[in-house]
Design a protein around this ligand. Structure first.
Ligand code: HEM
Length: 187
């Protein structure tokens, strides 16, 4: 790992670096017979952490991020997520690893494209996919299984918005668990 972070070209990931706040979050989450709808606010910190060489032939640049999400109704943290965003310039590939303390983790892959003055990052993972997969505990596999995940982040200047969909098998049905928010870069 190279830790001369300031000399590294983070490619498209550079636009994510910083501390972002947003208070227009909308979460739709499962309940046994219906769904809950949770307005939320959050802070996401993306930190440049350097580059990595794999098998002496792949170079990745990476950001670490931490996302802390609070319910507006009681100000309690109800989602805590961390992971990395990685960029493989040679293969034109964006990778997003995430872990949440429900004992669920995944590695999503995809790309980035320009849309006007914005950059749009789109990644996806699927249970059983040999490339971009999902790992979860036996309890979650049997009771609240994550089967697919898609995530799109749009960044234009100091404005960031995202939309993510987590497909769950829970309470005997398939459920579309969604989260979206718009954030502004601090400072
Ligand atoms: C802003 C992002 C997210 C928020 C605010 C959020 C919030 C929630 C909430 C409120 C529940 C209902 C259960 C509870 O009240 O604790 C839930 C369930 C769940 N979430 Fe999320 N979630 C987010 C993102 C994710 C992501 C990225 C994943 C995995 C890829 C995930 C996986 C799950 C699973 C597996 C459950 C089922 C557990 C259960 O309901 O007992 N969530 N989430």
């Amino acid at each position: 790992m190279n830790d001369i972070k300031t000399e590294i070209d983070y490619g498209p990931l550079a636009v994510l670096i910083g501390v972002w706040d947003g208070d227009r979050g909308e979460d739709i989450a499962p309940e046994p017979d219906s769904e809950e709808n949770n307005p939320y606010y959050e802070t996401i910190v993306f930190e440049a952490i350097g580059d990595v060489t794999n098998a002496e032939s792949q170079t990745l640049v990476a950001l670490h991020y931490r996302q802390i999400v609070k319910r507006k109704s009681d100000d309690n943290v109800f989602h805590d997520e961390t992971g990395y965003w990685m960029w493989d310039a040679e293969r034109d590939t964006v990778m997003h690893s995430l872990a949440i303390p429900r004992a669920v983790t995944l590695l999503a892959g995809g790309g980035v494209r320009k849309e006007g003055n914005a950059l749009v990052f789109e990644v996806a993972a699927k249970l059983g996919d040999p490339d971009w997969g999902i790992i979860q505990s036996p309890f979650m596999r049997d009771n609240a299984k994550t089967t697919a995940f898609t995530h799109a982040i749009t960044v234009a200047g100091d404005e960031l918005s995202y939309m993510e969909t987590t497909m769950l098998d829970i309470y005997g049905r398939s459920f579309e668990h969604t989260d979206k928010n718009s954030l502004t870069r601090q400072g």
